[in-house]
Design a protein around this ligand. Structure first.
Ligand code: ADP
Ligand code: MG
Ligand code: ZN
Length: 599
């Protein structure tokens, strides 16, 4: 990249130099420009002493020491005889001689320029330059960088690490495996959601084994020039073979490895060529060359099946989201360099961050340090982590947003509705806190605190969650008897759960245990469009009916619970309006007191 401006500057300065030369070589004659007839008049009058003739130009010096220049008519042959007649000393300068350099340049310039431009392009192509290095792989040799990571930098995905241990062993000492005659996998596919640490893992393997690391992203292969991707693949593998033992890491391989022939409108020939070349290179390995190809993707479902065939990326290593212990360990890694206050409990933070990936947690740790720094604190406290978590999850607090009182009241009842249902139902996670401070796009929030990670959910839990989601809207209807748009997100999520209860999880008696995957997956280019819809109209109607029944039942039940506990609803809303944020414990206190008073 840096080469380009330098070369362009060079080119421009050459051109400027030529122009300067040109102007100088033509401007060797100086003096006052006059008409030819006036010039000849001066000659006739005998006042001209010296005359210099140069091509069409003549300059003359008079006895008063003035210099005049003018141009002669092309076929004016009487000039010399006239000068003789008047006894003027004159001199003829060769036009060739005066501009020798210029003459050479002017005839050779085009050729020199063409050669220059040609050399310029050749240089760019060889240099692996980003713009002009079409055919060269864009891989980066991350020797030093990658070697800085080891398995110690990766936490919470112990099983994935164990599976990759074998690869590290092989890279450390390929001969050990060769002696036994075993076939080592040539391709490993890391599968996991974004941010789970796939890239980090690949680097850590290189670091553990202390081998060369070539990394390239799938999208680097897909270029506007046909054939570039394929030649990049060839080049990448050639480079890696030269530097064996080593790792080729292809990040986001789905960009190049999608099903062939899946594109709408003719497909992408370039991508297919690249993919074919990749397959060829993978087949060319006999495994004992000491090069291992690691690829990462978060969409294994869209990969071409040829890629995952034996002998290619036949080993899949799933990189899952970390569980609670994993999160604690990852937090440990990312807070190692931070100055933490005494009260910071990483286990508690891990508990409060279900579903966070490694990248989310790294972000959380960094964010809390920033929050503490902004307040000029010496150490990072638990409150900063709390604040950072809410910010990462829900967007920044918008304290300055001015909300009319009646809207605030509606929000308070809405959130109180959510919170009370969540607090009362055993199937729903306990309430962590409730707030009516706007955050991100939400006017208020009810946060739950999962007690442990959930891998599957019972139907009763889902129905509890549905009721919790309905709590906001039901409270609004109960108290104000009007609806606001604030509940639209709740309703959307509730409907989606109800839909999956019926279509994906087979929990509905009318429909039965059938998986009807009509929703959810995004349409993948042409393939899914071509797929026939395998649901009959009558079944579709039935589904719609059941979904709406589930949602409406949940709403009615929620309404009844809130009606029976309307005093609690008033009390919690009141407290929310006073304090803006209340904790789960405070809600439990209110619940306990009011229910106790009742009996
Ligand atoms: P992916 O490639 O799966 O999208 P990355 O490897 O790019 O995720 O992760 C981004 C960052 O998140 C890493 O650089 C690291 O700081 C952090 N991270 C992710 N997973 C982990 C983990 N398991 N242990 C420690 N840090 C992690
Ligand atoms: Mg990545
Ligand atoms: Zn709500």
């Amino acid at each position: 990249m840096q080469n380009i401006p330098k070369n362009i500057i060079l080119l421009i300065s050459i051109i400027i130099g030529i122009i300067v030369l040109y102007t100088f070589s033509t401007k060797t004659m100086s003096g006052k420009e006059i008409l030819f007839s006036d010039f000849m008049d001066i000659v006739e009058s005998g006042q001209m002493l010296n005359v210099t003739i140069k091509g069409n130009q003549i300059s003359g010096q008079t006895n008063t020491n003035e210099t005049f220049i003018t141009n002669t008519p092309r076929y004016y042959n009487d000039l010399v005889p006239q000068l003789y007649k008047r006894g003027v000393r004159f001199n003829v300068e060769s036009t060739e001689a005066n501009g020798l350099l210029f003459a050479i340049l002017s005839s050779w310039l085009p050729i020199i320029l063409i050669i220059g431009v040609w050399i310029f392009f050749m240089k760019q192509m060889q240099g692996g330059n980003k713009i002009m290095g079409f055919g060269k792989s864009r891989s980066k040799m991350l020797d030093e960088d990658a070697k800085r990571f080891t398995f110690d930098d990766v936490a919470g995905i112990e099983e994935s690490k164990e599976e990759l241990d074998e690869i590290v062993e092989f890279l450390r000492d390929p001969s050990k495996f060769e002696k036994l005659g075993g076939r080592i996998p040539t391709g490993v596919l890391l599968v996991g959601e974004p941010g789970t640490g796939k890239t980090l893992l690949a680097k850590a393997i290189a670091g553990e084994a202390q081998v060369a690391f070539f990394s390239i992203s799938g999208s680097d292969f897909v270029e506007m020039f046909v054939g570039v991707g394929a030649s990049r693949v060839r080049d990448l593998f050639a480079q890696a073979r030269e530097n064996a033992p080593g790792i080729i890491f292809i990040d986001e391989i789905d960009a190049v490895g999608r099903h062939r022939g899946a594109g709408l409108g003719g497909g992408n020939d370039e991508r297919e060529q690249t993919l074919n070349q990749l397959l060829v290179e993978l087949d060319g390995f006999n495994g004992n060359e000491g090069v291992i190809v690691i690829a990462a993707t978060n969409r294994p479902d869209v990969l071409d099946s040829a890629l995952t065939r034996p002998g290619r990326f036949d080993r899949q290593v799933v990189v899952p989201k970390p569980d609670i212990n994993g999160r604690q360990k990852i937090l440990g890694i990312h807070t190692k360099e931070l100055k933490l206050a005494e009260d910071v409990d990483l286990k508690k933070i891990a508990q409060a961050t279900p579903g966070f990936t490694g990248a989310d947690l790294a972000n959380l740790a960094n964010e809390s340090a920033l929050i503490a720094a902004r307040q000029n604190k010496k150490t990072i406290g638990m409150v900063d982590f709390e604040e950072a978590r809410d910010k990462v999850m829900m967007g920044k607090e918008r304290r300055s947003m001015i909300i009319p009182d009646d809207e605030k009241k509606t929000t308070a009842y809405h959130e109180a509705g959510h919170a009370i249902i969540a607090a009362m139902l055993d199937e729903v996670d306990p309430v962590h806190k409730v707030t009516i401070i706007p955050r991100g796009r939400a006017l208020g929030l009810t946060m739950l605190l999962p007690e442990d990670d959930k891998y599957s959910q019972k139907e009763s839990q889902l129905r509890g969650i549905l009721m919790m989601m309905m709590g906001g809207r039901a409270a609004e209807e109960l108290i104000f008897n009007h609806f606001t748009t604030g509940a639209s997100n709740d309703l959307e999520r509730a409907t989606s759960i109800a839909n999956r209860i019926v279509c994906n999880w087979g929990m509905n008696k009318e429909i039965g245990p059938i998986h009807l995957s009509a929703s959810g997956d995004e349409v993948f280019l042409g393939r899914d469009l071509m797929r026939k819809r395998n649901i009959s109209q009558s079944l579709a109607n039935k589904i719609d009916k059941e979904v709406s029944k589930i949602v409406n039942t949940a709403y009615q039940k929620t309404m009844k619970v809130l009606k029976d506990n309307i005093n609690i609803l008033h009390k919690v809303s009141q407290k929310l309006l006073e304090q803006e944020t209340i904790t789960g414990q405070e809600i439990l206190d209110i619940l306990g007191k009011m229910q106790g008073a009742h009996q």
